[in-house]
Ligand binder design. Sequence first.
Ligand code: GDP
Ligand code: ADP
Length: 401
Amino acid sequence: MGEAPAFFVDELQKGYGNGFDTKSKGGETAILMGNRTYVIGGACEESPLSIGVQIFDQSTGEWIYPTVLGTKPKPCKGLSAVLLSEDRILITKNGSTPDDFAWFLEVDTQYVRQQKKILGTDVVAWSKGVRGYAEKPVVISGPSGVGKGTLISMLMKEYPSMFGFSVSHTTRAPRAMEKDGVHYHFIERSAMEKEIEDGKFLEFASVHGNLYGTSVEAVEVVADDGKRCILDIDVQGARSVRASSLEAIFIFVCPPSMEELEKRLRARGTETEEQVRKRLRNAKAEIEQGQSSGIFDHMLYNDNLEECYKSLKNLLGLDGTVTAPPKSSPKVVDLPMDHSVAKIDHRIIINSKTPELGKASTNIRIVLDVSSLKGGAPGRTRGLDIYTMDSFLDGLAGINH
Ligand SMILES: Nc1nc2c(ncn2[C@@H]2O[C@H](COP(=O)(O)OP(=O)(O)O)[C@@H](O)[C@H]2O)c(=O)[nH]1
Ligand SMILES: Nc1ncnc2c1ncn2[C@@H]1O[C@H](COP(=O)(O)OP(=O)(O)O)[C@@H](O)[C@H]1O
């Protein structure tokens, strides 16, 4: 494990006051919570392409090197930290673009506490802040051949800007029309097992003799796009997601009969006879679990495809009226290289300290509104609102007229 940043040691051993202090030196920043000082910054020793996290425990005088989960931010020239609540720290990256400047380091959220129990180590988790209010992800399960893929394709075709598909990893061989990275990430079993060990998966399961899993990243890239994520996963996977901190809507699709299911599977013609038999055997257990496990919020019967699709749209609140395109967020400038950060209620005010080289000496003030945050690790933190102080003041002036 790496050495603690030397220049911090003296100061940390002296202690930092009141629990809301943040200090920044070089590429690092430190923030005190209770007895622990979180030192964030520099490159992480184990993965140099990401920002490191170390904890100084003032009660024991020892450094702790926690397991760091989640997609990590890339190193930058400097950081600022603000304690948001007792469970997470907001990190802003100097000089970064609006889609990369707000990150959350979770230190005591439900997910972190759950992972601490599982791993038996100290844990912190990164979650990137994204703008916009995409709705809860949708988990769709059901036996092979029931029509999940067909229904999802219809939804994505009709609402391309609203939904994004979570591309799973699988060890099964690609079908003729399937593209790597679009339908699945096709992967060797040993490589997938290694990635599972490294904590890259939100859930995984062995289905019909192959490994399938949803990586945290698969869900995150959809959130980054401001879209609602659709997961096509089996009942075991749905159970894992239900037990995780990812809030989602769970839908189970049933066939009208086993005979019809067999007909559809055979007509699709993508599996060998042996595979078809295996899938039909597994279907019985899946339907039983789907109907009785209490995991699913909604059951759909896919007899007539058009009717089933209409029911799916209804339960997702898409009742046929044309929905307005998402409001485009006001443009925000990059975060100044040198800035101060202040927290006022649920707003974080970022002020540039000095004019940047070659730039006019106007003072840049950016507001981060954190009043409506949703989600978090594993996955992005949604609902972040970012605007310039000027547009905020213009808005207030508008109200007063
Ligand atoms: N747990 C889990 N199941 C998955 C995942 N991706 C796909 N599945 C499920 O694996 C099963 C087999 O999928 P596939 O081989 O594509 O066959 P299909 O169901 O006949 O289209 C289906 O029940 C899928 O819902 C995943 O990431 N995790
Ligand atoms: N309601 C339906 N009636 C008849 N055939 C259907 C219906 N829904 C889907 N299918 C067909 O059944 C086959 C299996 O559907 P698919 O979407 O691939 O299932 P899954 O993704 O659940 O394995 C496909 O050939 C599809 O066109």
